[in-house]
Design a protein around this ligand. Sequence first.
Ligand SMILES: Cc1cc2nc3c(=O)[nH]c(=O)nc-3n(C[C@H](O)[C@H](O)[C@H](O)COP(=O)(O)OP(=O)(O)OC[C@H]3O[C@@H](n4cnc5c(N)ncnc54)[C@H](O)[C@@H]3O)c2cc1C
Length: 459
Amino acid sequence: MKKYKVIVIGAGPSGLFSCLELAKAGIGPILLIEQGKDIYERTDRSGKDLLCGWGGAGAFSDGKLTLSPDVGGFLGEIIPRKEVKHLLQQADDIFLSFGAPAKTYSPPGEVLENLAIQAKLAQMEFIYSPIRHLGTENCLRVLTNIREYLQDKIDIRTETKVDQIVVESGQAKGVRLPSGEVLRGEYVIAAPGRVGASWMKKEAARLGLTATPNPVDLGVRVEVPAAVMQKLTDVVYEAKLIYYSQTFDDRIRTFCMNPYGEVVSEAVDGLISVNGHSYAEKRSENTNFALLVSSRFTEPFDDPIGYGRAIVSLANLLGSGVIVQRLGDLLAGRRTTEKRLSRCITRPTLPEATPGDLSFVFPYRHLKNIMEMLEALERIVPGVYSRHTLLYGVEVKFYSHRIRLNNELESEAKNFFITGDGSGITRGLIQASVSGMVAARAIIKRHKGQPRKNSDLIS
Ligand SMILES: Cc1cc2nc3c(=O)[nH]c(=O)nc-3n(C[C@H](O)[C@H](O)[C@H](O)COP(=O)(O)OP(=O)(O)OC[C@H]3O[C@@H](n4cnc5c(N)ncnc54)[C@H](O)[C@@H]3O)c2cc1C
């Protein structure tokens, strides 16, 4: 039986960047296992196919690379910030070498200062990060180029799910497939993404690895005519704004802004939630972004994922999927109907969303937080708190359980690394990619006989 040097689980950005680093260093043989389809067969953008397959959730994503250690993950808590910045730069260069567009959004200092002042006056914090926007069509091109580069350098098994990580005497030895077949590997890197987070959590529990819940972020996707947001999006593309609500002192933030983009539905583990993306060339007449409330809970409750799932299922129960409501209807205490929606000047880019009433879905706390932030936003971008603003629910970010890892992203089981969004350490394309590079480089170092870092386990 062939024994692999490294087995990588998941062909999302994180797994792919591990493979690129390992292949570049001449480490092998490498096996990449992916439960979804190969890039050439990824044509279906619904259900699990949106998130699974070559490129992972990144394939049909908006492809915004946020080039800052403060956005898209917690790598800066494990690895010195300066090092993360350097790694982000290297990952960005790799994206460029595989065909990412050269343009970044990095406006002059005085423009940023002015935005920060306006945000402060509206009781918000503005966080700036330079952005490279690939657009969904370029994501597919970059991922296809990576596929072709890796073609003859690694073994690839798509439409193959890993069932278990094989660990013997506290050390990874390979993976087991649902058929019972065991594939042997000296090192295992698991990069299962958010779609594989519940599997990862179960595996961590079975292997006795320490995992703690991350907070769940719940909220709505807001859609407005693009002209309303232009003042921000033309300058910074995506404005990251944070607001602490007056009533609950909760943290609410804007997330994933898609100028001229589309709202999409996303199916994970039997639930339908809402998301958004935009293309580099194709344009809709609207801009969408999420408003997310971070929920931390009081003891003894420790199942934020379960809580998030319950709220999404409520929307699915009432609306058979995603619910859309005009802000004006929500404020007037009435549901949106097909007829009312047809009179809305913001034309929905997710026409299959069911017109309904989000006040039946969200707890008072969440709804109040969202309304307060929209009102505050109105002071920066007039027109956002309009009766014609569309709210889609539910948007949820589960962020996986955070598994105990050292600064090389190795778990408490030796030679078993966990990277990307499925580890609970990252939340976006570029930090996921960097995490894959970090694990691969640790393996390369050991392969070359260099001493291991003094890797204190951190939670
Ligand atoms: C619609 C949408 C838009 C987005 N837009 C952006 C954006 O603009 N900017 C940004 O930074 N981020 C964006 N994201 C998030 C981004 O896509 C993710 O952060 C990123 O893809 C995470 O990379 P990953 O490699 O950790 O996981 P993923 O990309 O989720 O890949 C994990 C892969 O592992 C596979 N897998 C899981 N379990 C197993 C198993 N047991 N066996 C075999 N294979 C398995 C899955 O099928 C999947 O293909 C977006 C996400 C979506 C859904």
